[in-house]
Design a protein around this ligand. Sequence first.
Ligand code: NDP
Length: 243
Amino acid sequence: ATFDFRQRRALVTGAGKGIGREIAAFLAGCGAQVVAVSRSADDLAALERDHGCMPVVADLADVQGARDAVRAAGPVDLLVNNAGISVLQPFLDVTPDAFDRTVAVNVRAALIVSQEVARGLIARGAPGAIVNVSSQASTVGLPEHAAYCASKGALDQLTRVMAIELGPHGIRVNAVNPTVTMTPMGRMAWGDPTRSAPMLARIPLGRFAEPLDVAHTVAYLLSDSAGMIHGATLPVDGGFLAT
Ligand code: NDP
């Protein structure tokens, strides 16, 4: 798949590893000027070296840090809210701290970064597109994922409200909802075959998602080819949610 993102500036959060890295690299390959926001400077230096992405080191759990990151990025046309964390805890052991950190990164950062980007687009009178990287965990409950599932359910709802309010400004907003993807986060949660095998058995296509499966979908939703797709939460799950 390829798309023409020349003359477009894309901001990708959580671009240092996993799915975000793949999205940043793919968009750069389609000609976008990519601003890569993440926590670890080393990861961003590699992304700059390999794909020419502009690095912005920030902790998006911090509200001011998130705002400053967008301001450092310059005028953004395309936004991918991909940064996310997962802290696995049995429900009875979920700590307020882990819950708050999860919501701060997975939902609040998407809100803050999107507000900043949308304000800029509206001020410039420019069209834009935003994709939030949600999860199948927004729709189904997964054991030990209470905070994560709650945060992704909230992200789907945030996506819908953003679509309603930003659509009239020419800013399209959608979410992608991948199944298990073997990134550093995916390996942490699903690396143990006794956990992953029952999940894999529920996926009709018989495999987990690859980061590139997600990157292709995100790129499509950002592109003008998806010009009438708005407020959608699109599974990238090999049919998991159809079963
Ligand atoms: P990884 O943990 O592999 O990578 C996440 C990236 O986000 C890292 O570069 C990390 O930086 C960065 N990040 C995390 N927290 C912050 C923060 N506070 N500020 C800035 N950057 C941050 O995750 P994945 O690639 O697997 O996940 C990407 C997205 O996809 C997430 O939203 C996740 O919920 C979602 N997803 C993942 C699935 C999976 O199975 N892997 C399935 C469905 C959805 P650093 O390492 O430096 O902290």
